[in-house]
Design a protein around this ligand. Sequence first.
Ligand code: M6R
Length: 609
Amino acid sequence: MCGIVGYTGPRESLDILIGGLERLEYRGYDSAGVAIVGEDGRLRVRKDQGKLQALKDLVAKDPVNGNFGIAHTRWATHGAPNQVNAHPHTDQTEHIAIVHNGIIENCDALREALRAKGHTFDTETDTEVLSHLIGEYWDGTLEKAVAAALRLVEGAFGVAVISDLDPGKIVGARKGSPLVVGVGDGEYFVASDVAAILQHTNQVIYLADDEMVVITRRGFRTQTIHEIPVSKEIEEITWELSQVEKGGYDHFMLKEIFEQPRCIQNAIRGRLDDDGWKAHIGGLNLTDEELLRHERVVFLACGTSWHAAMIGEYMIEEYCRIPVEVEYASEFRYRNPVIDSKTLVIVISQSGETADTLAAMREAQRRGATALGICNVVGSTIAREADGGMYIHAGPEIGVASTKAFTSQVATLAVFTLHLARLHGLSDEPARSLIHGLRRIPEQMEKILASEPKVADIARHYYHHDNCLYLGRGYNFPVALEGALKLKEISYVHAEGYPAAEMKHGPIALIDENMPVVFICTKDSAYDKIKSNMQEVRARQGRIIAVATEGDTQIQSLADEVLYVPPTVDALVPLLSVLPLQMLSYHVAVLRGCNVDQPRNLAKSVTVE
Ligand code: M6R
């Protein structure tokens, strides 16, 4: 959830570290700090609460120079988001500094054991406990002390550690929280996310759980925390720097909304076969026979990825005729789920690092299931630990509110559904329409995006409301959930998504002239039914914003505002109907003065339980 960056090499580290934090600020933004060993050989720490700008102001007034250091942007878990609790933390002697992502679950016991040895603590953080523990094991070699301390830690960590007693060296380690090593020309980096170092190198090494790296400007060495050497491959990142920049847009979220036509092209490229009306998917690591042996599918995901999974459920049941369940990853792992070798588990995660999703996948694998991962971040933990899977190829998603990852997940699920459905005997005609439909989505998305000024205008009429209901049926029910999530997470407007017909079982009590209701009512098999639900809202003076299919003139008499999307096959409607909802949330948030890319309390990648 927090961001880590570290640098050692011939250059001044401060600008590199601050530049890295700028690219990581989406991972946490309640405080930030740097620790650098200066040319005089002394370790110096600068940190402050609030956004990165506070740290920049601080180092402008009180600079730190030196060519190796570590930095952090925080999303608080233990202790308030203030200056004292900000990272880096130092050990008792103030010669060792650490930045840390994750949660140390046995920190209370470790703190007490250290107190008994005379340690005193200034902060409420688990990280300070770890820094003292490293100090306790100090015997002149940083990696030895770090390894000894980490062997006692229960929980998750991604760490970078430096000491002025072991100059030029950074020790990184991970367990359950990502850490990559950047390999430059005579310089090396560690980071929690490649975005932080992409400006300097595209050559990286991914650490696995319980692995450590020791970097100096002369090279790197990898080992486990049990001090067993491991050899790692250097991999090349294909993301480009422009993808982690705003490119003229006011916010990453808006840029990513507008990237969606290209993302869908990337998600389907090379995967659709117009001759046989089927899909080609590399990377599943399952033969057709093995796929067919699975009698049911269970999706595991959180948040927006969970909404995409629901669409996957509807698609697979419609086209493949096998039972599908969608589970919140966080619930799945603490129940006693019925999973066996005939269950195909599909894990969806943009980041590939979400702690609940990763743990649920491991639990499913432990119970004998084959797990496929649908991820965006290449080399992420879920992508690596899954038995096979598909990348969605959306490129880096920086906005905390997921947009392009959602539609890319849905497009990828459509491709997978087509593949499985053909194996299950789906006939040519529906397969052909799915392929044609998918191919047309990018151009149809462009058309919807061109209506942004109209969406902005509607936002101006409604942004002052503090509540909003989103209703949809069939494939548009998960879209209603997603629309509501987008609005609440970036504009702090209370929003609920419901299946439209459920309204009369409770939420209808909320309807009055102060309750805008967004109906996603495209022309599909549930269209006539949803019109009755709209009448019910109208009869109670509710204000209606409708997302409808182009050419639908009847809807105008039922709705106060109508946003149109082009027609497509039912299963693909979410790819289009969600776009106006994303734009609406964006404009409402901007009008309410919210920080769209860094909504309060949220972080992009939730690597804690
Ligand atoms: O990286 P993941 O897809 O696993 O993330 C899951 C959720 O944390 C994520 O979708 C979250 O709900 C977003 N803020 C939604 O916009």
